[in-house]
Design a protein around this ligand. Structure first.
Ligand SMILES: Nc1nc2c(ncn2[C@@H]2O[C@H](COP(=O)(O)OP(=O)(O)OP(=O)(O)O)[C@@H](O)[C@H]2O)c(=O)[nH]1
Length: 564
């Protein structure tokens, strides 16, 4: 299908499309710009927040471990107590007090040099051998901090952690020495549920809703703890600490990464200060924020801004559409009026358009111009009518002059012939008499030669006047040419014509013209014959009779009938 050209599309649709594209594009661009800025701001804020959380967690974990270490260190450096025996009542009381101070220390016990538990909190494992346990072996040599491990011997005796995770311990141990001689090993099994408590202290209350998690990995990258009770699930899924793009930066900057669950997170790794127990054990404390949940407000702002922008664009477009429709309706009205005027309805007026000042100005200008054109046209038509009338009068005058002899005012030959033809046809058809009479001045050349041409003209005018005064209304008189005249006498017999001709001859011959005196005329007469086919035949016979009169001495009437 062919696309309509711009000239074929209405003003309203063009303005509507333009407004929608303009306002809609602007709204989307603004929503994207502001949404992007808001997201960046939210990302920076969340990044700073998770850095603080991670740093706090590292601090709490370090402090906790250092505290436990100090407790063990203080306890083993009490030779007076140990001299009483590794399983003395004083030792047992000390162990109980130590656990009361540190509720996460689920078990505190003393092993003799053979690895047999000789004293412990609640008497648990007493008499059992721990010689194979790493804490014992390392603890004989010096202070020991072991990584998180599942409960082995104690599990049946202790309650499961509140988190629901399996019971796991952190082992701290130190050699008991008297006078520089090792006599046993003091050990504390710290519940790993302690990590949950730390996590709950540092994470905000809405962490789960915002998708913020605290993860603790061991030095090999294996997951030790995940907040929100997700440790078991994530460990089962094989979650490990993956790449850390910004880990080299000091302090590590938050980075965005797609994790094992294929979700995008903003994550940060808290640095553990050199010498801190956390650095020593190699834990890596990560706090990650789920991009989708964390930046949901930013996305909501983007959606709301976009929707509000589009709604505004729609409202503006509708307003533009209304404006364009008013303008379009005014233009259509002007076009309609112009078309009617063009079709000849001069009474139509260009109506005033009210959609805008400019269109009102245009309609008024068009109205004035149209009025001016209509008036000009009427004026032109009047002028044309006047010129036409003048021209017709001139043409009529010309036609008249073409049929009249300017000297005598009589019909000339051209004016004579159609009228004579009519009389001839009527006479021939009606079988009525018709006579032609040719009148010619005698010796007229001599008049001209003697008195001049102007005087000759006066003579001709006098003859014409004389002829005209004596003819009837139904007779037809014309100047045939030069000094010759023709008379057509309807319903006139040859005798009557002869009498008329004689009277004319006498009257002309009796009159005088100034110094010229008398000028006579010769007259030839002929009557229509039934055999005549043309007017010319009749006139020629009259002319013949005229020549005869001239031949016979002039100043006389000659009738053709007499010749036949
Ligand atoms: N003044 C004047 N002279 C005219 C006019 N028309 C013709 N004539 C003159 O009329 C004269 C006619 O001369 P001709 O034909 O010899 O005839 P005529 O002298 O009358 O001789 P006849 O007819 O034989 O008697 C010429 O001298 C023409 O110049 C006119 O309108 N005015």
């Amino acid at each position: 299908m062919l696309r309509p050209s711009r000239a074929e599309r209405s003003l309203v649709s063009q303005i509507l499309v333009l407004a929608l594209a303009l306002f809609g594009g602007l709204a989307l661009a603004l929503a994207l710009i502001f949404g992007g800025a808001f997201r960046e701001h939210a990302q920076a804020r969340t990044g700073a927040e998770i850095q603080t959380i991670a740093a706090s967690a590292v601090q709490l974990l370090s402090d906790g471990l250092a505290e436990r270490r100090r407790e063990i260190s203080v306890m083993v450096q009490s030779p007076t107590l140990w001299r009483e025996g590794l399983d003395s009542a004083g030792v047992v009381a000390l162990l109980g007090r130590a656990r009361a101070v540190s509720p996460n220390s689920l078990w505190i016990g003393v092993a003799d040099l053979q690895g047999v538990i000789v004293a412990s909190t609640d008497g648990l494992l007493q008499g059992q051998s721990v010689a194979a346990r790493p804490w014992f072996r390392h603890g004989l040599a010096g202070p020991y901090l072991g990584d998180v491990h599942p409960a082995v011997l104690l599990e049946p005796y202790l309650p499961s952690p509140a988190s629901g995770d399996p019971l796991r311990f952190l082992d701290l141990a130190a050699p008991i020495q008297i006078d520089g001689r090792t006599v046993g090993v003091l050990a504390t099994h710290l519940s790993w549920d302690w990590a949950r408590q730390v996590s709950e202290r540092v994470l905000p209350s809405d962490a789960a809703a915002r998708g913020i998690e605290l993860l603790i990995f061991d030095k090999a990258g294996a997951l030790l703890y995940a907040s929100g009770g997700r440790t078991a699930a994530l460990r089962a899924a094989g979650q490990r600490l993956r790449t850390r793009p910004a880990a080299a930066a000091q302090p590590p900057m938050p980075w965005t990464e797609r994790w094992m669950d294929n979700q995008e997170y903003l994550a940060t790794l808290a640095p553990a200060g050199a010498g801190s127990p956390v650095a020593e054990i190699g834990w890596q404390v990560v706090v990650r924020a789920h991009s989708g949940k964390s930046f949901e407000p930013a996305r909501n702002v983007l959606v709301v801004a976009g929707a509000a922008g589009l709604a505004t664009a729609l409202v503006l477009s509708i307003a533009a559409w209304f404006g364009a429709r008013r303008l379009g309706s005014d233009l259509a009205m002007l076009t309609h009026a112009a078309n009617r005027i063009e079709a000849g309805h001069a009474e139509v007026r260009i109506p005033p358009a009210s959609s805008s000042k400019e269109v009102l100005g245009l309609s008024r200008a068009l109205s004035r111009m149209t009025q001016r054109l209509i008036e000009s046209q009427a004026d032109l038509e009047r002028q044309v009518a006047a010129r036409t009338a003048e021209l017709e009068a001139a043409n009529a005058e010309l036609a008249k002059q073409a049929r009249r002899d300017p000297l005598t005012g009589l019909l000339n030959r051209r004016g004579f012939e159609p009228k004579a033809q009519l009389l001839f046809d009527l006479a021939l058809r009606g079988g009525r008499p018709l006579c032609a009479c040719m009148v010619d001045a005698d010796h007229f050349k001599a008049v001209n030669d003697t008195h001049g041409h102007a005087v000759g003209d006066q003579v001709l005018k006098r003859i014409a006047s004389c002829l005209q005064s004596r003819m009837r209304r139904t007779d037809l008189l014309a100047r045939w040419g030069g000094e010759e005249f023709v008379l057509l006498l309807p319903d006139t017999s040859l005798e009557a014509a002869g009498e008329l001709a004689e009277g004319l001859r006498l009257a002309i011959g009796a009159s005088t013209t100034g110094a010229v005196g008398r000028v006579t005329v010769s007259i030839g007469l002929a009557q229509i014959a039934p055999t005549d086919r043309t007017l010319q035949a009749l006139v020629e016979r009259a002319d013949l009779a005229l020549y005869r009169a001239k031949d016979m001495g002039r100043n006389q009437v000659s009738s053709l009938a007499a010749l036949l």
